[in-house]
Design a protein around this ligand. Sequence first.
Ligand SMILES: Cc1ncc(COP(=O)(O)O)c(C=O)c1O
Length: 365
Amino acid sequence: MTRDEQQLALIEALVPEGIRAIQPYKVADATGMVKLDAMENPWHWPDAMVEEWMAQLRSVDINRYPSASAPKLKAAIRKQMGVSDTDDILLGNGSDELIQIISMMVSQAGRPIMALEPSFVMYKMVAMWMGVPFVPVTLDQDFQINLVDTLAAIASERPSVIFIAQPNNPTGNLFDLASIKSIAAASEGLVILDEAYTAFSDSDLLPMLAEFPNVLVMRTLSKVGLAGLRLGMLIGSKAWIAELDKLRLPYNINVLTQLSTEFAIKHFHVFEAQTQTIRENRTRLFDALSAMQGLRVWPSAANFLLVKTERVPAKTVFERLRSHGILVKILDGAHPLLKDCLRINVSSIEENDMLLKAMAHSLIE
Ligand SMILES: Cc1ncc(COP(=O)(O)O)c(C=O)c1O
């Protein structure tokens, strides 16, 4: 056998079939493109803030391991988010890592992991990595929770965890709070309320922690402007966080992220102002796209808009936008409810205008 053949035989013997069947998470090449595909904040920091940050970075002990439990950063987050003294915070290398830690914790419970769909793909992907059955419950035609179906699925499947993104990705809408509460009340498992986009909405589910013993709230700094630093947080009772913390690799938040996020939180007004601008730009972009013939646009409480192309296939529009130098996310094929859908980041006025111009050309039949 050649070396390649030997390796293939070994992979077949050692890598579970479920993992061999997984399609890897693809990140599109965005070199030279106007990047409207990944819900990033389009702006860097003001010059004076960058200089102050650089000065602090000079003193980082890059030769030392980071603080394993990052108490200073957690204290800053606690204050910034108004986390109660009775709750604790688990930090992750992005909230992606927290989804992985949660799923790892329940992987031997002999129960499935559940999520509403369409939603964030990582819930399903991580369940597949762990070999845990994944049970999706489909949202209704307006992307709202189908409460009867969801409660029935909870009763029959008894999931160890249910992931709910509020606002939801990729649909952008907020779910009805009463439905979320009914799910939390009916579930014997954990309910993870993923508030990745909460800064762009008026929703705050932290108060649910005091009401439900099985609820944890997940947030991230990625969408408000710190995607490159990778910092996600899970907030919940001290008892839950203590169990989950056992599954965290000791130094998962590196020294540069710890210092930089602490610094950024001191300047949080900058991110709040940028978030407010995105919210205003969202209204303008929604109105402009809605006015275009052949596009349906859904209202959004996040920093992106879900649009459906009604006359030209979404794949054609996606390619045409790309040829104009604009990268958006193609969702067609990801879920039946997302047929001919694209997800488009809300950005600066300049980038939004570039998108609108390119979109007008891309919708020609
Ligand atoms: C709903 C939701 N949760 C979590 C994440 C992961 O965010 P991060 O790992 O950057 O913190 C995303 C990213 O797209 C998301 O849409």
